[in-house]
Design a binder for this molecule. Structure first.
Ligand code: ADP
Ligand code: MG
Length: 350
């Protein structure tokens, strides 16, 4: 892990009038570039040769400049630093860079410690519990007494998860469970993924820790094939549900549930502060709400999530905070600007 003082030193040497935002051309890059442009911040796209044509096809959302990379695990950190660039982490960066993300010698938007906590199932579960969030039960595979979802280690985007209803079924379908396989009670309800932004330098939102949180938007994921199974059921074809993420769809939540959404976000932020120094910037609590209106949180993503891509023009919630189009991508650029202006960059960057 690169020491925080080292990054602080690099940042101190940056020309604050020429800050740029850089990210990997994948995941939420279009939204981040488009949002930065609206805030007048220049962007750098770390892009493979093959992907450039795709990004070039969106003139308003392509980066101002490209740095062509061979693969996702060799990032030109020195060049980025020489350009006063702050790297914005997103799901693909976290996935491809792995734990080496913590050693990248370039300032990262947010607290890079949080990316380690999001990657480890044990740490994640500690965080959710420490925040006092209600979570699904972990079930001993030899004592399965209800429908369970089996999560394999290193699975990406829900791929390969299966549902089992008994220990016998588990033993047959998973004869050699890899170390780190998690068997969790299968929750029945509506999934909702609220997207938050925690600012340690603004008091305008819902008071949390030393700053406030803003509710940017809410989505739910479209997963193949579980989300369209009703078609197969209707025509009499049996399907084994799977959970591979394909896309996202917007949600507007019953208003009386929103105060709890905010409290959950506040607790996640305050617990993050106590456990690993905080989560400035965007994050998302992946939750399921049951028929008794109980929230269950099964994961936190400690960075921008792909569900925010639905809202490049803002959402029914961000409108009430900004009165102008404010996506999570744009909010990142706005935070960079505000923090630079008030000499508080060290609070939002590590
Ligand atoms: N306990 C659960 N009960 C019901 N569905 C779940 C549960 N946990 C996860 N899922 C479903 O599986 C998907 C992927 O699970 P998640 O743990 O978020 O995996 P990933 O690490 O790939 O994001 C979720 O979006 C949700 O649809
Ligand atoms: Mg998830």
């Amino acid at each position: 892990m690169i020491p925080q003082e080292k990054i602080a030193k690099m940042l101190a040497a940056y020309d604050k009038k020429k800050l740029k935002l850089a990210t990997l051309c994948s995941h939420t890059a279009l939204q981040i570039f488009y949002g930065a442009r609206a805030e007048g911040i220049k962007t750098i796209g770390l892009c493979t040769r093959e992907r450039k044509k795709f990004y070039d096809s969106f003139p308003l959302a392509k980066p101002d400049e490209y740095m062509i990379i061979d693969g996702f695990n060799s990032l030109p950190c020195e060049e980025l630093a020489a350009q006063n660039a702050v790297l914005v982490p997103h799901g693909s960066l976290v996935e491809y860079a792995g734990s080496s993300i913590n050693d990248l010698p370039v300032p990262i938007f947010g607290n890079r410690n949080s990316l380690l906590w999001e990657k480890s199932r044990e740490k994640m579960s500690h965080w959710l519990n420490n925040a006092g969030l209600r979570t699904p039960k972990t079930i001993n595979p030899q004592k399965i007494d209800r429908p369970c979802i089996v999560k394999f280690p290193g699975a990406k985007g829900g791929r390969g998860y299966i549902i089992v209803k008994s220990t016998d079924e588990f033993n047959i379908r998973v004869p050699n469970p890899p170390t780190g396989t998690l068997v969790q009670e299968y929750l029945i309800g509506v999934r909702a993924y609220p997207h938050y932004f925690y600012s340690p330098i603004s008091k305008a939102g819902y008071a949390a820790d030393s700053g406030s949180i803003e509710l940017m938007s809410i989505d739910k994921r479209l997963e193949s094939n579980v989300d369209e199974c009703y078609r197969e059921v209707a025509v009499g074809v049996e399907v084994k549900p799977s959970f591979t993420i394909i896309g996202n769809t917007p949600i507007v939540m019953r208003e009386s549930l929103l105060p709890e959404v905010m409290e959950m976000g506040k607790r996640a932020v305050e617990s993050a502060h106590a456990l690993f120094g905080g989560i400035p910037g965007p994050f998302c609590i992946e939750s399921i709400i049951d028929e008794n209106l109980n929230f269950y949180a099964f994961e936190i993503s400690a960075r921008i999530v792909a569900g925010t891509n639905i809202f490049p023009n803002g959402s029914p919630y961000s409108l009430y905070s900004y009165g102008e189009p404010m996506s999570t991508g744009r909010r990142i650029a706005r935070e960079l600007k505000l923090a630079a202006k008030s000499s508080q960059l060290q609070k939002i960057i590590y």
